[in-house]
Design a protein around this ligand. Structure first.
Ligand code: PFF
Length: 418
């Protein structure tokens, strides 16, 4: 369960959540976000964990158990994850670099940093670290890592949020974060942004929870585990939001800075504030830990799939996949450097995020819901869940009808936007 929390709590909670909230008018966004989490992401999470524990197999074999030809979907999802991971690790590298800069007490402008070749070095370190953890195994690698980093991340988050609440801009920050502006709810873009963010933030629909579900004890209560993961993820996002918006409003910085919020806006605030250097170290240590435990979960899905399908050892599979990851991620790492690798006029990292990162997730989640709810014995679901408690009663309907429909609509809408 800690590993699932480690996967869920990532850059998405701290950086993406705040920037999406900022760009969507603050508190208004929380309403569709909470609805998306409760109605779509949690039921799918319960489904994935049940499939994983029932079949106790990697994602490709799991799809294969529903029908041999579905194995291709399992591979497709692995590939989507590998592509997402390739640029997620570039951003993980940025967080590591900024952690190093804050520890050394040097001030590096984001544009100077990205136009150098340093991002490539930090990307390589992050990719290798992820590979080493996964290669050490589920117990010795992943469990050990998450049992240290997840509590560590929550401690930092709590301390940061409490400290930032004492700043003069905290009040304005809080009303920005929690004030609902119901007129925003009429914008359809808000709803698909909220649903996309809910799936991304909870790491749902990508086979991660099928893979981790396979390692779950027989007596673990799946709905309860799913709720704990969800509440932890929400808590992380809210605590990060409290810290970030208190800082932003204290220094009159723009809350809508989007992707630049973490690397440009906040370092400015850290320069101005007392204890700023310590806050900077804490913030980037938090971002890096959160990113690493998420990256590990994405690689584990691929390593488990390759091991399961080829009989290869964990070490060899981890080594080969890490090398592949480095080869695939290098263009993204170079896309922000002075070489500025771009394709069709947009930087490769942004291109991957805008295509695979945005479309891959709803497509993968659609396949998971469709295949496991329409082509697999329903008893599987119930055998893992026991008697459904009252809050779980809508789950069969939601996973079978509502979620595939909503995901299809989102996919079509974002295809039309492209
Ligand atoms: N949930 C992670 C975050 O919030 O940063 C990111 C993530 C991990 C997204 C795994 C998708 C995924 F499959």
């Amino acid at each position: 369960m800690l590993a699932a929390i480690g996967s869920a709590v990532g850059i998405g909670n701290i950086w993406r959540f705040s920037s999406v909230v900022g760009q969507n008018g603050g508190g208004a966004y929380l309403v569709p976000y909470l609805l998306a989490v409760l109605c779509f992401a949690v039921p799918l999470m319960v489904l994935e964990m049940s499939v994983g524990r029932h079949l106790r197999a990697d994602v490709v074999s799991s799809f294969g158990r529903a029908g041999r030809s579905f194995r291709a979907f399992g591979w497709l999802i692995s590939l989507i994850l590998l592509l997402i991971l390739s640029y997620y690790l570039v951003i993980t590298g940025w967080t590591l670099a900024y952690l190093a800069f804050s520890l050394l007490g040097i001030d590096v402008a984001f544009s100077d940093f990205t136009s150098s070749l340093q991002p490539v070095a930090y990307f390589l370190i992050s990719a290798l670290a992820t590979g080493v953890v996964v290669s050490s195994g589920v117990k010795r690698g992943i469990e050990r890592l998450v049992s240290v980093l997840v509590p560590f991340a929550f401690l930092i988050l709590l301390a940061l949020a409490l400290f930032c609440l004492s700043l003069p801009g905290a009040q304005t920050g809080m009303s920005f974060l929690f004030r609902p502006d119901y007129s925003m709810l009429l914008r359809p873009g808000l709803w698909s942004a909220a649903i996309g963010q809910a799936f991304f933030s909870l790491s749902v629909g990508m086979g991660i929870l099928i893979t981790y579900g396979a390692y779950l004890d027989d007596d673990a209560d799946i709905p309860k585990s799913a709720l704990i993961v969800t509440v932890s993820d929400l808590l992380a996002a809210i605590l990060a939001g409290i810290a970030i918006f208190s800082l932003v409003f204290t220094f009159g910085l723009p809350p809508t800075a989007g992707a630049e919020l973490a690397f440009i806006t906040l370092p400015k605030a850290f320069e101005l504030i007392s204890y700023g250097p310590i806050l900077g170290v804490a913030f980037f240590a938090l971002l890096f830990s959160a990113a690493l435990t998420s990256a590990v979960s994405m690689l584990e899905v691929n390593v488990a799939a390759v091991m399961g399908q080829t009989g290869m050892s964990r070490r060899k599979a981890s080594f080969l996949l890490t090398m592949a990851l480095i080869a695939i991620g290098l263009p993204s790492a170079l896309s922000y450097s002075s070489i500025g690798l771009s394709f069709f006029g947009s930087r490769i990292l942004d291109l991957l995020d805008g295509t695979v990162g945005t479309l891959g997730l709803p497509i993968a989640a659609f396949l998971v819901a469709m295949v496991f709810r329409w082509f697999m014995d329903e008893h599987l679901l119930y055998s893992q869940l026991g008697v459904l408690s009252s809050w779980m009663r809508p789950l069969p309907f939601l996973t079978k009808y509502a979620i595939p429909t909503v995901l299809m609509i989102i996919t079509i809408l974002s295809l039309m936007e492209h």
